[in-house]
Design a protein around this ligand. Structure first.
Ligand code: FE
Length: 193
């Protein structure tokens, strides 16, 4: 099953129908809310990525201790599971999944995209990660090694994606604006388009 039409679609349709039939919420309100969550700006994580792209010391801190790098950006991490950050390069691409449930560094990335929690995503990230990436439009050259990492209740992962070409003169704000949640779990790659 295509992950972007993941399980839960039929359930969502049924609940939407019921809520609107009972006059609790209209279908338009539900669709609007869903779109707001799915397209929420990744915010904090994107700022961390943009800073790491432009500041070598911060990049080193981010890759060695994600939690302290988050705190350096005034993101409260107390009581949160430690954050590990993995760098995607020409040679290795990391993909993050929580195979058990939906562990995700919300403090950094906000609410997970709907597909992240789906059984289809969680299973296929392990069974057929290249096929899964292709559904997101991410085609990895065969020589790029793919590593799938499992986020858990005890340890959360995030990806430091590659900085797109042609952004040498960009400000941190402009860089942060192109980093999407999917880029920080490795399903997509930042683009300037
Ligand atoms: Fe989980």
């Amino acid at each position: 099953m295509n992950v972007l039409e993941a399980d839960g679609a039929a359930l969502l349709k049924a609940i939407t129908k019921l809520l609107s039939a009972k006059g609790v919420l209209t279908e338009a309100e539900i669709a609007q809310q869903r779109s707001a969550v799915d397209n929420a700006p990744p915010g904090q994580g994107a700022r961390m990525v943009a800073r790491a792209w432009t500041d070598a010391d911060y990049r080193a801190q981010l890759l060695s201790d994600g939690s302290s790098a988050a705190e350096a950006m005034n993101i409260p991490m107390r009581g949160m599971p430690p954050l590990g950050v993995l760098e995607n390069t020409d040679e290795v691409h990391h993909l993050v999944v929580c195979t058990l449930c939906s562990c995700y560094p919300k403090a950094i990335l906000g609410y997970p995209p709907y597909w992240y929690k789906s059984a289809a995503y969680r299973a296929r990230a392990v069974r057929d990660p290249r096929g899964l990436l292709a559904e997101f439009g991410t085609i990895l050259p065969p020589q790029v090694k793919l590593r799938v990492v499992d986020s858990t209740a005890d340890y959360r992962w995030m990806v430091l994606p590659r900085r797109p070409d042609g952004t040498q003169d960009w400000s941190i704000e402009r860089l942060a604006a192109i980093v999407r949640p999917g880029d920080m779990v490795g399903v997509t790659i930042p683009t300037t388009e």
